[in-house]
Design a protein around this ligand. Structure first.
Ligand SMILES: [Zn+2]
Length: 256
């Protein structure tokens, strides 16, 4: 009898324990173990398709941004760092709304977002690259974010990280790097960016409005000017810019 009573209690306890460990109603959470440890970098090749961006000096902004974005991705993949995942917002010449680019990055829960552009300046003498970021001073909802109101002011979370990320890009764009070839040969071949540095500026860039992660806009050069259009036509210059941005991206994500 006593044995039976103990058995009954044991069965009740086992049943209670089983109930407390039962999965809650609804689908169980899916954990993507393969990508859980990865840090995702999103490179936005701005414009595309019917949206040319700046068209000057026989060049289209949409072509330069795609070329450069692909080069940066390729160079990151060449490092074979398994902790890094790279996504481009577009891999071909197609029209793509800002909301789709932002949605892609936010859905991927990426660590960092860089939107690649080229600029235009009526002053022929203003040349070089410039980095824009949201630093907390200005914030307004861009027209594009009307279609994604839930992300409207989300950049407000990242002024410090944006500044840190912008500084990292500027640091590496100005740095002298050993080229891959230089390392192979064991010589001291230094890779320098030939585009002029126009520095960083705090702004409220539309291309990153709604991006739920640290983000910057990188203006590669002024396509209407003789100097920048000649440089950006040169594949060697694009390779060099891509190498420096790759270094900045890897250093930023791996130190955060
Ligand atoms: Zn643009």
């Amino acid at each position: 009898m006593r044995v039976l009573k103990i058995c009954k209690i044991t069965i009740i306890l086992i049943f209670a324990a089983a109930c407390s460990f039962a999965a809650p109603a609804g689908a169980p959470p899916v954990v993507d173990l393969e990508n859980a440890a990865k840090k995702t970098i999103v490179i936005d090749a701005a414009h595309g398709g019917a949206d040319w961006g700046v068209a000057a000096s026989g060049l289209y902004e949409k072509d330069i941004t795609l070329k450069l974005a692909k080069k940066i991705k390729e160079k990151i993949l060449e490092t074979k760092n398994e902790d890094i995942k790279v996504l481009l917002t577009r891999e071909e010449d197609k029209t793509m709304p800002t909301a789709d680019r932002v949605g892609l990055a936010n859905a991927a829960k990426a660590q960092v977002f860089i939107s690649i552009h080229c600029d235009y300046d009526r002053r022929e003498t203003v040349t070089g690259y410039k980095i824009y970021y949201y630093g907390g001073k200005k914030q307004s909802v861009a027209p594009e974010t009307e279609t994604m109101p839930e992300w409207g002011n989300v950049q407000k979370k990242y002024p410090e990280q944006n500044l840190k990320f912008a500084k990292m890009i500027e640091k590496f764009m100005k740095a002298k790097l050993l080229t891959e070839k230089g390392i192979d040969k064991g010589d001291e071949k230094i890779d320098e960016v030939r585009l002029k540095d126009r520095g960083m500026a705090e702004a409220n860039p539309l291309s990153v409005n709604g991006v739920d992660m640290p983000a910057v806009v990188f203006e590669t050069g002024n396509l209407n000017t003789k100097i920048d259009s000649a440089l950006l036509r040169d594949d060697g210059v694009l390779n060099s810019v891509a190498t420096h941005i790759k270094e900045a991206l890897l250093n930023y994500v791996l130190s955060n």
